[in-house]
Design a protein around this ligand. Sequence first.
Ligand SMILES: NC(=O)c1ccc[n+]([C@@H]2O[C@H](COP(=O)([O-])OP(=O)(O)OC[C@H]3O[C@@H](n4cnc5c(N)ncnc54)[C@H](OP(=O)(O)O)[C@@H]3O)[C@@H](O)[C@H]2O)c1
Length: 309
Amino acid sequence: MKVMQTVSTANGLSLQASERPTPTPGPDEVLIRVRAAGVITDELNWQPTTQKADGSPRTNAVPTHEFSGDIAACGENIQSFTKGQAIYGMNDWYQEGALAEFTVAPATSIALRPKSLSYEQAATVPIGALTAWQALTDHGHLQPQQRVLIHGGAGGVGFFAVQFAKLLGAYVIATASRDTVPFVEGLGADQVLDYRATPFDQHLHDIDLVFDTVGGDTLARSWNVLRSGGRVVTVADDIPDDAPQKIKDAFFIVQPDGKKLAEIASLLDKGTLRTFVKAVVPLQDAEQIYNHSIPSAQRYGKIVVAVNP
Ligand SMILES: NC(=O)c1ccc[n+]([C@@H]2O[C@H](COP(=O)([O-])OP(=O)(O)OC[C@H]3O[C@@H](n4cnc5c(N)ncnc54)[C@H](OP(=O)(O)O)[C@@H]3O)[C@@H](O)[C@H]2O)c1
């Protein structure tokens, strides 16, 4: 099968086309013919791209761990899915990913693809939506009427967070770049701040929860706007080893959840939740996404790789 895999260059990691044997699913896994893969553009900088789970070096990783596609084969214990079903989902960062004609995932990490979405649209959902949901609920404990500040409201995680926070009954404030402010307002945010023009910590206070998808200085300043007892949750993965403990405690990594993806599919099919494709790129051009040279007229949504269109 065709894959795109990482290679080391003088300028860091790059992608190259390669051929590999089609993988075999384990007893509790399914083999997926990948139709489309969603991309987190800084994934090549993540630790699991260059290290195995035991800390030893990892080379030639196949990136992207969210996808839509068709089940090509089922492991011997699988009863919940059958060959030929259209699905969407994610797999583990340490597994080989979805920039490949086939990938493997645990059956508990996938769900049937939302019927109303194309494969390309469906591939934008799993990681962004699960990350946003887990941030607001499992980690942020957001309650109706509470005030939540979402940093990066137009991004692949942020646009789900804004919508989920509204569905949870919160008062939603988001930060976004000037061009994407109308988009985030259209998602239902009660207030949207242009992050370059309006320093959020000079305008906001008594926030119950900050959900940060940006990191750095934005994350560091987020504690200034909390009410007493308020919380910060972050997923931005640029936290240095010597960061203060409160920053380390605020960070989490999304967990696969096929049951929740089935509920999210239902919200998408009802039109209660929406997703957005920023651009679609063929597999052989995937490198351009990571080096940020994809021309895109649109500033919001998620970039998708068309693998087996
Ligand atoms: N820990 C986890 O489990 C997990 C899961 C998923 C993602 N992540 C991480 O979460 C981060 C976001 O992912 P994503 O897919 O949402 O990225 P994305 O689609 O690139 O979105 C980032 C958004 O943040 C906006 N932004 C940039 N600087 C900002 C600032 N100072 N204030 C407010 N907004 C700002 C960008 O706007 P403009 O481009 O218009 O300026 C963009 O809309 C990435 O670092 C990713 O690696 C972690």
